[in-house]
Design a protein around this ligand. Structure first.
Ligand code: 5AD
Ligand code: FES
Length: 356
């Protein structure tokens, strides 16, 4: 799909014409990753963060936010729940926080991998190659790091660098792919200062990076952040809407047919009644039920009014299962790796078996 066509779809507002985009995305999803919806149990292990991302409610400048770090045994209790609920993957997520040391995370991953059949996804911010390689050796399967926007100027504006550290998330993702991780990334739709051109380049970047996982959600202003207080009304400004997020999601499916695409909580936050379902009908094939203990959920306040903030792990589990089944789709079994990654690993191991 060329640049002009991506732009045309991003700007398309006619619901009748858009039905063609939804149908194409749904068909490509079914043909490439099937009807199973994989469940990834999300454990938000802590909300401390050393970064000052201008849009994020966890940023280090927020002195009013109560902070937490879960203990190893609390985390392992959540992991046990993932096994009990039949999930294939746990996602260990936190702010960028050096207190999660190479050793602590490495031991945790090794313990999960030896005691359970789960795939382990890490989402711990920008970390050193040494840490990433160590966690991969300990058994970590996947890493999520959104590049947030492919517009470098906008990226720098919303991500004040740490002293002496210039982010290059695309390069970090490619190095992780070389280490053997399945790599996931993505963007927020409608960040102040983002144009349609930027968003089209974001979609092209998904394809260029050959992402195994693509996470997308609408930007949701947080009033206690600098970007949350910015005006965003330029003529080319993308709106932070549910509709535009579905368009980006459908395009992501078309340019990366084999990737795993979650229907995200940010979508559910804008449309509690059916945001998750519409995502699953417009390209997505994954959901991430929250396993974080209830007492910590309100503190993981990336943006306000986040979906599932008052629910328990059990409630999210039943809710997700019901939503998937209401669409006539089935709950996935096993780790649910991206078929693109599986094909890559077979090729790398020199095994000549045909993957299809
Ligand atoms: N609105 C929507 N998404 C957000 N994220 C962070 N802050 C916000 C916000 N205000 C997303 C970022 C980050 C992911 C964990 O959450 O894309 O990578
Ligand atoms: Fe948490 Fe629906 S997934 S309440």
């Amino acid at each position: 799909m060329d640049h002009a066509e991506i732009i045309r779809w991003l700007r398309e507002e006619d619901p009748e014409i858009l039905t063609e985009l939804w149908a194409r995305a749904d068909e490509v999803r079914r043909d490439n990753v099937g009807d199973q919806v994989h469940l990834r149990g999300l454990i938000e292990i802590g909300n401390h963060c050393v970064r000052r991302c201008g849009y994020c409610g966890l940023n280090a400048s927020r002195s009013d936010l109560q902070r937490y770090r879960m203990s190893r045994s609390e985390i392992l209790d959540c992991v046990a729940q993932a096994v009990e609920y039949g999930y294939g993957t746990v996602v260990i997520q936190a702010g960028e926080d050096p207190a999660w040391t190479a050793e602590f995370i490495g031991d945790l991953v090794a313990e999960i991998k030896s005691a359970t059949p789960l795939a382990v996804t890490l989402s711990l911010g920008e970390r050193s190659d040494e840490e990433l390689a160590g966690w991969r050796s300990a058994g970590a399967d996947r890493f999520l790091l959104r590049f947030e926007t492919s517009n470098r100027r906008l990226f720098d504006h919303i991500h004040p660098p740490l002293p002496g550290k210039r982010s290059d998330r695309e390069a970090m993702l490619l190095r992780m792919a070389d280490m053997g991780y399945e790599i996931g990334s993505g963007v927020m739709v409608g960040i102040p200062g983002q144009t349609y051109e930027d968003l089209a380049r974001d979609v092209e970047t998904f394809a260029r990076l050959d992402l195994d996982m693509i996470g997308l959600g609408p930007y949701i202003p947080h009033p206690d952040t600098p970007v949350g207080r910015e005006d965003s009304s330029g003529p080319d400004q993308t709106p932070a809407t549910e509709e535009l997020t579905y368009r980006v999601m459908a395009l992501a499916r078309l340019v990366c047919p084999l990737s795993n695409i979650p229907s995200t909580s940010a979508l559910a936050t804008l449309n509690l009644a059916e945001g998750r379902e519409l995502g699953l009908l417009r390209g997505a094939n994954v959901v991430m039920p929250n396993l974080t203990p209830q007492q910590y959920r309100p503190m993981y306040e990336i943006y306000p009014s986040k979906a599932c903030i008052r629910e328990t792990a059990q409630q999210c589990h039943s809710c997700m299962t019901r939503r998937i089944e209401s669409l006539g789709r089935s709950v996935g079994s096993g780790p649910g790796s991206s078929p693109g990654y599986t094909a890559r690993s077979i090729k790398a191991s020199g095994d000549a078996t045909c993957v299809r």
